[in-house]
Design a protein around this ligand. Structure first.
Ligand SMILES: [Cu+2]
Length: 107
């Protein structure tokens, strides 16, 4: 009886751990030639979706080559999943003054 309880407890603890590590989806807006928010901190495994709310096309291009979108027209979106911890700087290759940073670190 005691062994069965222990196993049940172990399974419950594993389920809790798995739930705590659930990936989050973050939405980032491109508006008025800016990434909003410009800086975002997320956890490993999370995804970020950039949505272009501007009438102008924009891109999302990381400086280290980790991710690169096509040109996004109005209402287009681009999603990237971040599996590795680190600091990822990116810009719009059409308007290189548009910059942003995604920081990925374990909570
Ligand atoms: Cu742009």
């Amino acid at each position: 009886m005691k062994i069965i309880r222990t196993v049940e407890f172990a399974v419950a603890a594993l389920l809790l751990l798995a739930g705590g590590a659930r990936a989050e989806e973050h939405k980032l807006t491109i508006k008025d030639f800016m990434f909003m928010p410009m800086a975002l901190t997320i956890a490993p495994g999370d995804t970020v979706t950039w949505v272009n709310d501007d009438g102008e096309p924009h891109t999302v291009v990381s400086l280290d080559g980790t991710f690169r979108s096509q040109a996004l027209d109005e209402n287009d979106h681009f999603t990237h999943a971040f599996s590795q911890a680190g600091t990822f700087r990116y810009l719009c290759s059409i308007h290189p003054r548009m910059v942003g940073t995604i920081t990925v670190k374990a909570p």
